[in-house]
Design a protein around this ligand. Structure first.
Ligand code: BGC
Ligand code: CA
Length: 406
C-alpha cells in the first residue's frame, strides 16, 4: 500500500471517521505508469530509483541499451579513424584531435555515450572502476585529468575539448549551444580538430551545419533522426539508431497490456491476436528493474539508405487492434523538451502512429526542457486518465509525478 494512503487511512481511523472517509482519488496510484527515455535514477551516481521503477505492479521503464549503443558508437568512430589514418590528421602534427558534445552530465544515456567514446579511443581515465564521464572542458595541451591521450595507428588521439551543452536557462542536450560552442572552439583551435563526436544528432547536426560540413571534418552523432541520416549523403559520418520505432511501440504497448489485464508479454515477445510481435534482436526485458531496452544499430554510409525515415513504424508491430476487443483508453504522456530533436522529430511522430494502432487516446504535453513543474502542473487532474507515460526533465524527480497520483 502506498504510504500516503496508509497515512490518510490512519488519520481517518484516529479521528473516528471510518465510515465518513472522503472518497479517495479514483485509484490513480494503481493505474499503469511507464517511465520512458529518462530512467528514474540518481543524476549524480546513476543508481536506479527502484521506488519509482516499482511504484506499483503496473510500472515499467522503456528505453534502449545505453551500454551496447555506446560501444557501437565508440567502435564506429575508432574504425573510421583506423581506416583513414593516413589522411585524417589535418595539420600533420601527429595528433588526431576530436571534440565531444556532451548532452546532460546527469543522464545515464549521455554518460554511457561519453564513456563509450573514451573507451574505444583510449582516452578514458578510470574513476571508481569506471571511465570518468566528466567534461574535460578544454584540453588542447593534453593536460586535463579526466581524459588522457590515446593512440590509434601510431598517431596520438586527443580529446581537445568536451562540454555539457546546456543553455542559459538550463535545458540540456541543447543543439543551439552546440552550434555556438563549435564556433568558439574552431575560432581558437580549429585546425587541430580532425573529428567531431556528439552524444546526439541534434547537437551533432548543429555542429555539422555550423562548421564541419563545409570543412569536410567527420562528424558522428546518435539517434538516427531523419535529417542526420539524410546528411550522411553530404558527409555526416555516421549515427546510431536506438530503435525508436521499437521503443515508441513498447512505451504504449506496456500500458495497453496493463490496462487490458493481459499477460504483459502480449504483442511484445508473444504475438497478440492481430499478429503484433517483436523479436529478440529488437529488445530485451529486465524483470528486476521492470525495464525494456531496445537494441541499437550503427548507421553508416554503407547502410544509411535503410534508415532514411526515422518516423516509419516497425513493420512487425503495425497491426491495428480491434476496437471491440480493445476499447479506447485515455493516456497522459509528456515530452520533457519540445525542442529536443530526437523526441520531437523521431519519437513523437512514432508515438502518434502507434497510438491509433493500439486504440489509445493520448494527450501529449510538451515541456520546455527545464521546468519540471510546467509538466506536473499539467497533470492537475490525473483522474481523467487511465494511465501515464512520463518523460522527466530530471531523472531524480519521479516523486514529483507519483505524488500527484496518491
Ligand atoms: C537521445 C537524445 C535526447 C535525450 C533526451 C536520448 O535518448 O538520444 O537525443 O536528447 O534522449 O532525453
Ligand atoms: Ca592534428
Amino acid at each position: 500500500m502506498h504510504r500516503k494512503y496508509t497515512m490518510v487511512l490512519g488519520a481517518a481511523i484516529a479521528a473516528g471517521m471510518m465510515f465518513h472517509m472522503p472518497a479517495l482519488a479514483a485509484g490513480n496510484a494503481d493505474k499503469p505508469i511507464v517511465w520512458w527515455n529518462r530512467q528514474p535514477s540518481n543524476s549524480s551516481t546513476g543508481e536506479l530509483d527502484m521506488d519509482a521503477l516499482t511504484w506499483n505492479d503496473k510500472t515499467y521503464y522503456v528505453g534502449f541499451d545505453a551500454g551496447q549503443g555506446a560501444e557501437l558508437q565508440g567502435q564506429m568512430v575508432a574504425d573510421y579513424i583506423s581506416d583513414h589514418v593516413d589522411t585524417i590528421d589535418r595539420n600533420g602534427d601527429g595528433i588526431i584531435g576530436y571534440v565531444l558534445a556532451i548532452g546532460d552530465i546527469g543522464h545515464n544515456d549521455s554518460i554511457a555515450r561519453t564513456r563509450g567514446i573514451r573507451k574505444a579511443l583510449g582516452t578514458g581515465v578510470e574513476a571508481d572502476g569506471e571511465i570518468d564521464p566528466s567534461p574535460a572542458q578544454t584540453n588542447v595541451d593534453g593536460s586535463a585529468s579526466v581524459v588522457q591521450d590515446g593512440e590509434i595507428g601510431g598517431l596520438i588521439v586527443r580529446e581537445l575539448a568536451s562540454h555539457e551543452m546546456k543553455n542559459a536557462s538550463g535545458a540540456t542536450w541543447d543543439a543551439a549551444t552546440a552550434g555556438s560552442t563549435i564556433g568558439t572552439w574552431t575560432a581558437s583551435f580549429g585546425d587541430l580538430i580532425d573529428v567531431i563526436v556528439s552524444n546526439n544528432d541534434g547537437m551533432g547536426m548543429a555542429m555539422f551545419h555550423a562548421w564541419s560540413k563545409e570543412e569536410g571534418v567527420p562528424t558522428f552523432g546518435y539517434d538516427a533522426n531523419s535529417d542526420a541520416v539524410a546528411a550522411i549523403a553530404d558527409g555526416y559520418a555516421g549515427t546510431i539508431s536506438q530503435h525508436a520505432d521499437v521503443q515508441a511501440y513498447l512505451t504504449l504497448r506496456v500500458l495497453r497490456n496493463a490496462l487490458d489485464g493481459v499477460d504483459p508479454d502480449t504483442g511484445i515477445g508473444t504475438p497478440d491476436e492481430a499478429g503484433n510481435v517483436l523479436s529478440e534482436d529488437d529488445f530485451y526485458y529486465d524483470e528486476k528493474s521492470r525495464s525494456y531496452y531496445a537494441l541499437n544499430q550503427a548507421v553508416t554510409p554503407e547502410n544509411y539508405k535503410d534508415f532514411l525515415d526515422s518516423t516509419a513504424v516497425y513493420t512487425p508491430v503495425t497491426h491495428q487492434l480491434s476496437e471491440d476487443a480493445f476499447p479506447v483508453k485515455d493516456i497522459w504522456l509528456d515530452i520533457y523538451n519540445a525542442s529536443d530533436n530526437f523526441l520531437s522529430t523521431t519519437y513523437k511522430p512514432l508515438l502518434q502512429s502507434y497510438d491509433d494502432l493500439l486504440n489509445l487516446n493520448v494527450t501529449y504535453v510538451d515541456g520546455d526542457g527545464q521546468t519540471e513543474s510546467y509538466l506536473t502542473n499539467r497533470l492537475g487532474n490525473p483522474n481523467q486518465f487511465d494511465a501515464y507515460a512520463i518523460n522527466m526533465v530530471k531523472t531524480d524527480n519521479a516523486t514529483s509525478y507519483t505524488a500527484l497520483l496518491g
